[in-house]
Write a protein that binds this ligand. Structure first.
Ligand code: PLP
Length: 223
C-alpha cells in the first residue's frame, strides 16, 4: 500500500538525515525535516502525520489553505512552511496560515509581510531566498544584492529575517550553491539555512543546512 511506502520512506529519510549529521559532526536535532506535501491530498498526508512527522511544506497558498486547516485541527503540533513563491497580495493569507515562509525575495513582499505581521500579531519564521545560480526565470535575490536586501528588510521594514533559502540550478553540482548561501548567511549573522531537497539533502547538511525540504523521497513522484 502506498501509505505504508510513505511511512517507510519517511523512516529512510530520517536515517539518511541522521547519517549526514553524523558524517558532518553535527547533532541530528540541528536539522529540521520539512516534508513537502504539495500536490498530495490530505489522505496521503495523514499517515505521515500519524508516523510522527510534524513539519510540512507547501508551495502554494491556495492549495495549503484548502488542505491544511482540517489537518491542523485534528493533529497536535503541526507546523506549516511555505517553500514556494509568494505574491504580495497573498501575504495576509500566508501570515495567517504558515509558521515559516522560505521565499522572501523582494521589497514589496517584505513590506506586505511586515504590515500583516503587525496587523495579525503572528510572527512566522522568515527566510530570504537567494538565487545563487543567477537564473533569470527563478525567484530569489541575486547573491551580490543579498546583503543590501537583508538590510532593507530589517531597517526599513522592521522585519526579522532568520535565515536564507536556496534552490540550486537543476543541472549543476549543488555544493558551491550551498557553500555560497552559507557564506552569505554567516556574514549577515543569520543562523538558519533552508537548503537541500530529495536529490541533494546530505550534501546540504554537510554545508550547514538547518532545514531540508523533502517531497519526492517521502511522498513519491508527483503526478
Ligand atoms: C517541491 C519543492 C521541494 C521538494 O522537492 P523534492 O525534489 O520533491 O524533494 C523543495 N523545495 C521547494 C521550494 C519545492 O518547490
Amino acid at each position: 500500500m502506498e501509505s505504508m511506502n510513505r511511512v517507510g520512506r519517511l523512516a529512510t529519510v530520517r536515517e539518511d538525515i541522521a547519517r549526514a549529521c553524523r558524517d558532518a559532526g553535527r547533532d541530528a536535532g540541528s536539522v529540521t525535516l520539512v516534508a513537502v506535501a504539495k500536490t498530495f491530498a490530505a489522505d496521503a498526508v495523514e499517515p505521515v502525520i500519524a508516523a510522527g512527522q510534524r513539519v510540512f511544506g507547501e508551495n502554494r497558498v491556495q492549495e495549503a489553505k484548502a488542505k491544511w486547516p482540517p489537518l491542523i485541527a485534528r493533529h497536535h503540533g503541526v507546523e506549516l512552511h511555505l517553500v514556494g513563491a509568494l505574491q504580495s497580495n497573498k501575504a495576509g493569507d500566508a501570515v495567517a496560515l504558515f509558521d515559516a515562509i522560505h521565499s522572501v525575495d523582494r521589497e514589496n513582499l517584505a513590506a506586505a509581510l511586515a504590515k500583516e505581521i503587525a496587523r495579525q500579531g503572528r510572527r512566522p519564521l522568515l527566510f530570504a531566498e537567494v538565487n545563487t545560480g543567477g537564473e533569470p526565470q527563478k525567484a530569489g535575490v541575486r547573491p551580490q544584492e543579498a546583503d543590501a536586501f537583508l538590510r532593507v528588510c530589517c531597517e526599513r521594514h522592521g522585519l526579522t529575517i532568520s535565515g536564507l533559502m536556496c534552490i540550486p540550478p537543476v543541472n549543476e553540482a549543488p555544493a558551491p550553491h550551498f557553500a555560497l548561501t552559507a557564506k552569505i548567511a554567516r556574514r549577515n549573522g543569520l543562523k538558519l539555512l533552508s537548503m537541500g531537497m530529495s536529490a541533494d539533502f546530505p550534501t546540504a547538511i554537510a554545508f550547514g543546512a538547518t532545514h531540508v525540504r523533502i517531497g519526492t523521497a517521502i511522498f513519491g513522484a508527483r503526478g
